[in-house]
Design a protein around this ligand. Structure first.
Ligand code: OAD
Length: 245
């Protein structure tokens, strides 16, 4: 069943020039990164309101930094998996390729993806609350609370928290490519958090062939052209193999 579906998607990709892939926490699960809503998901054990909102950071920056430092320490030891590497290969095959990720773990870049749109930011940058500058920072452990080397202000993780707006330029770039895409893959996301949850539907309405690759069915599975259940680290390499040279 999966092989037939994968072959069908591979044919669609071969016949098209513009491909978009949206990834979520599921693509990094096989690397050992906890997802958010799975059985071992972060939001099963922690409250987003205490750790991933601007109000939480105002209230207790040390607690929020301790949580981010823990995530950075965990993820620094992890490596991209076969799913991340398959997307690097797919990028080489497609004439016009855009990778959008909700993940902040940096594993697409570590695998070699050229210019992933990290729409929720990255764990590996920090931003000064005072002078607003953003810097790369890969220190593990990070000195808590981290201070800006330019102005001495308090640094925060350069990620998008609940209740915060996404960067306008990033959103504009995403919606522009969703209007033009021919084939879209939605990989390892529960498709619950907006605006990413609507990207597949926007692309579909604009005429794209949209495929979901996920270990389980999601609330949106029946809305797409194709929904394939399995692990991203197995399905994506198979897809790339079917596309061929
Ligand atoms: P979720 O944890 O909500 O969903 C992960 C999805 O990956 C689920 O649908 C799983 O079935 C699927 N999955 C798990 N392992 C997989 C595997 N090996 N192969 C394929 N699929 C697998 O994570 P996201 O949808 O990414 O936002 O969550 C979206 C956003 O919610 C995150 O970016 C984060 C979070 O709160 C912010 O922090 C702003």
């Amino acid at each position: 069943m999966n092989t037939w579906a994968i072959r069908q998607v591979a044919e669609k990709i071969k016949a098209s020039t513009r491909v978009v892939v949206l990834t979520g926490a599921g693509i990094s699960q096989e690397s050992g990164v906890p997802t958010f809503r799975g059985a071992d998901g972060l939001w099963k054990n922690f409250r987003a309101e205490d750790l991933a909102t601007p109000e939480a950071f105002d209230r207790d920056p040390l607690l929020v930094w301790q949580w981010y430092d823990w995530r950075r320490s965990l993820i620094k030891l992890l490596k991209p998996n076969a799913g991340h590497y398959a997307l690097v290969e797919l990028e080489k095959k497609a004439e016009d390729f855009t990778l959008i990720t909700q993940n902040v773990d940096g594993l697409h870049k570590a695998a070699g993806s050229r210019n992933p749109i990290e729409m929720h930011g990255t764990l590996w940058r920090v931003r000064c609350l005072q002078c607003k500058k953003s810097f790369e920072n890969k220190e593990v452990p990070i000195q808590i609370p981290p201070k800006c080397t330019t102005c001495g202000g308090l640094l925060r993780p350069d990620v998008v928290w609940f209740g915060e707006a996404l960067d306008e330029k990033i959103l504009h770039a995403i919606y522009t490519c969703l209007q033009r895409v021919e084939v879209m893959l939605i990989v390892g996301t529960s498709a619950i958090v907006q605006p990413a949850a609507s990207f597949g539907l926007v692309a579909k309405r604009a005429g794209a062939f949209v495929t979901e690759l996920n270990r389980s069915r999601t609330a949106q599975s029946s809305l797409f052209d194709c929904s394939i259940q399995g692990k991203a680290g197995e399905l994506l390499p198979q897809l790339v193999e079917h596309i061929g040279p």
